[in-house]
Design a protein around this ligand. Structure first.
Ligand code: AHR
Length: 313
């Protein structure tokens, strides 16, 4: 694979004056974060004179596989893939490798061998869950706390790893217990519906905190909690992941408590790596890691909202 990719790089280096063509297989538009990632990828491509061919998979892996095959048939110079789930990619990644087309993974990981892609850009997804869990453990101290969890898309690497990280952080805190856990598929409506069912199932029992694998599900859950006549952020503590503008408004209003940032600018580092590779065959590290900063009510949430509100979320 390395030899194939290096040969490609040398050939592409010789034609680097031409606009490079990059196929982007995006998952869909399930969340505000995903919309911002799409916007920033388009912007980054335009600024760099890259011809971006965009395909929206509408949450279906088979659509992503078909898009990758189509990009291979078109002979693109690289493929960006945000993989909806972690498994089932070997064959199509082998086809791209056979065609000597470098693939860069964005924001989610796959279970395939890392020989089958050039690099992966993203955060440490386990660490994100640990940051969220540690915030909650610190916040509640020794108090008993029954937690409900809204999981991301089943089988996706962020759903798997954010669940693991959160459990790592609360392990050994016997006062913290996850009492319900269900997927809300990373969507606002999913978060609202599942939170409604949690509230109904737990009526009479106190829910002390919600951990949502993304902000959109937390925002849906906030609606459900309000409609149930409770105060989100007070009666039920809320910690989630992404740092989208709307969650900062919710934090500023006291409806949410904390979020862990995932930058939507995955394309910047991805195109930097590809440009170096096209130019000189430079192989990037297999994982280009982005930061996972924690934001709470102490971090001037309205300033954070203002800083993000025009970024395409
Ligand atoms: O893979 C990243 C996750 O996917 C984001 O946290 C979520 O909002 C998105 O849908």
């Amino acid at each position: 694979m390395k030899t194939l990719l290096t040969t490609t790089a040398i050939i592409l280096g010789a034609v680097s004056a031409q606009a490079q063509t990059v196929g982007f297989s995006q998952i869909g538009s399930e969340s505000g974060w995903r919309a911002a990632e799409t916007t920033l990828t388009r912007q980054q491509a335009e600024e760099r004179g890259i011809d971006l061919r965009f395909s929206d998979a509408q949450q279906r892996q088979e659509n992503q596989i078909a898009a990758i095959r189509s990009f291979v048939a078109q002979g693109v110079d690289a493929i960006l893939l945000a993989p909806v789930v972690a498994t089932g990619w070997d064959s199509v990644l082998e086809e791209a490798a056979e065609a000597e087309i470098p693939v860069v993974l964005l924001d989610r990981r796959v279970d395939s061998s890392d020989d089958l892609y050039l690099t992966a850009v993203g955060s440490d997804l386990v660490h994100e869950g640990e940051v969220a869990g540690q915030w909650l453990a610190d916040e509640v101290g020794d108090e008993e706390c029954r937690i409900v969890e809204l999981e991301g898309t089943t089988g996706s690497s962020p759903a798997i790893d954010r669940a693991t990280g959160f459990r790592n952080a609360i392990e050994g805190h016997d006062n913290l217990e996850i009492v319900r856990s269900q997927t809300g598929d990373f969507t606002r409506t999913g978060g609202k519906e599942v939170m409604e069912s949690f509230l109904q199932a737990e009526s009479g029992n106190e829910i002390c905190a919600l951990y949502a694998h993304n902000d959109d599900m937390a925002l849906g859950a906030i609606q459900a909690i309000n409609e149930a006549g409770m105060n989100p952020g007070e009666d039920i503590l809320i910690v989630s992941i992404d740092a989208v503008p709307d969650i900062f408004q919710a934090i500023a209003n006291g409806d949410a408590n904390a979020t862990v940032e995932l930058t939507p600018n995955m394309a910047g580092p991805a195109f930097d790596a590809l440009e170096a590779y096209w130019e000189s065959g430079t192989e990037p590290e297999k994982f280009i890691q982005t930061d996972s900063a924690l934001y709470t009510q102490d971090d001037d949430p309205m300033a954070e909202y203002e800083a993000r509100k025009d970024l395409g979320y």
